[in-house]
Design a protein around this ligand. Structure first.
Ligand code: 3MF
Ligand code: MG
Length: 342
């Protein structure tokens, strides 16, 4: 049975074009306007940070609860589903030097309490998935924190959440650097090692972002294959990245079509999506786009993904096997490139 792929993105993927070196270049769409784009563009999943759902993640719970219920209603009315909630632990004044791995016990307590509220928000929103992008869980200089204690603190944080809610799943979204010089848990493999140390490894898995793997000097399709073998690829952030520089969040497949093809191939071969997993995107419109044309990166990424699905399905698999057996990789190279050129 061919997979009928479902797509998701987060509200931050429609944005005003600000970057670290310049202010916004186009007006922000209101949240309600962003929601209308989902179905129009062929998406049904919404990825959320906790404070994308509620206006203030530090507000009294009664207010957060009411706002989350209201958001759930907005999604239901539009036939949309929340894919996951990610506690945004990297913007608060308390978490300047990290949240889970901060030296300050008070900050670590804040991080855990806020993460528990994110779990509560997830339950209201109808998802069991909590995404951890450990943005500032690393250092600017090696001596700033105790690196062994830091690893333990990540495990303790996961254990506390797994015990707080017996159904919640934690998906680690690993990235080797940016905003930190080095992250403590830079890759999927590192994270899966930690997952095995938690009180319930069956509820800890991964979300793999193409650009994050590339920034680690790794091939995203091999990273996905590694997680798929562990049955722990529970979401993806497809995008593209031109070499080792800042996280570009380019549209899927626009830099390296063959690398994108291989990601689609590994997902398709493993039946990814058949248990309801979303094809998530984490892409940004170029700063040069006008407001009116600032959702084309989402349209394009989805279209490129689906075109690559066609190409994966029409690839002569028997020929690939034959060339593998004959170890004629030059011929295989040409077969793939010709297939992509069409
Ligand atoms: C950073 C990211 C983040 C995460 C998001 C959800 C802003 O490189 O990829 O996007 O995807 O916070 O975890
Ligand atoms: Mg991401």
């Amino acid at each position: 049975m061919p997979t009928n792929y479902r797509f998701s993105f987060g509200p931050w993927n429609i944005h005003s074009g600000a970057d670290p070196f310049g202010p916004p270049v186009r007006d922000e769409f209101a949240f309600a306007e962003k929601l209308e784009f989902y179905k129009q563009l062929g998406f049904e999943g919404v990825q959320f940070h906790d404070d994308d759902v509620v206006s203030d993640a530090d507000a009294p719970w009664s207010r957060q609860e009411a706002e989350a219920s209201q958001m759930r209603k907005l999604l239901n009315e539009r036939g949309l589903a929340a894919e996951f909630i990610a506690p945004r632990l990297w913007e608060h004044p308390l978490t300047i030097d990290g949240a889970i791995t901060a030296n300050s016990a008070g900050t670590r307590k804040y991080a855990l309490e806020r993460s528990k509220r994110a779990v509560d928000i997830a339950r209201i929103m109808g998802t069991k998935d909590l995404v951890l992008w450990p943005a500032r869980e690393g250092t600017y200089l090696r001596e700033a924190k105790d690196p062994i204690a830091a690893v333990g603190r990540l495990v303790e944080w996961m254990n506390a959440l797994l015990e707080y809610d017996m159904e919640i799943r934690i998906l680690g979204e690993m990235k080797p650097n940016e905003p930190m010089d080095h992250a403590y848990v830079p890759t999927t493999g590192h994270f899966l090692g930690l997952a095995s140390l938690t009180v319930d490894p069956s509820r800890v898995g991964t979300l793999i972002e193409s650009a994050h793997a590339i920034l680690a000097g790794l091939d995203p399709s091999d990273e996905m294959a590694y997680a798929l073998y562990h049955k722990k690829l529970w979401s993806v952030h497809l995008n593209d990245q031109n070499g080792l520089k800042f996280d570009e969040d380019k549209s899927f497949g626009v830099v390296d079509l063959r690398r994108a093809f291989n990601q689609v191939w590994v997902l398709e071969r493993a039946g990814y999506g058949q248990k309801g997993e979303f094809i998530g995107l984490d892409v940004k419109a170029l700063r040069t786009q006008s407001k009116e044309t600032s959702t084309k990166h989402l349209r394009n990424s989805r279209a490129i993904f689906l075109r690559l699905v066609d190409l994966v399905r029409s690839l002569d698999a028997a020929k690939v096997e034959e060339l593998r057996a004959a170890r004629d990789y030059e011929e295989l190279d040409l077969l793939i490139v010709k297939h992509l050129i069409g």
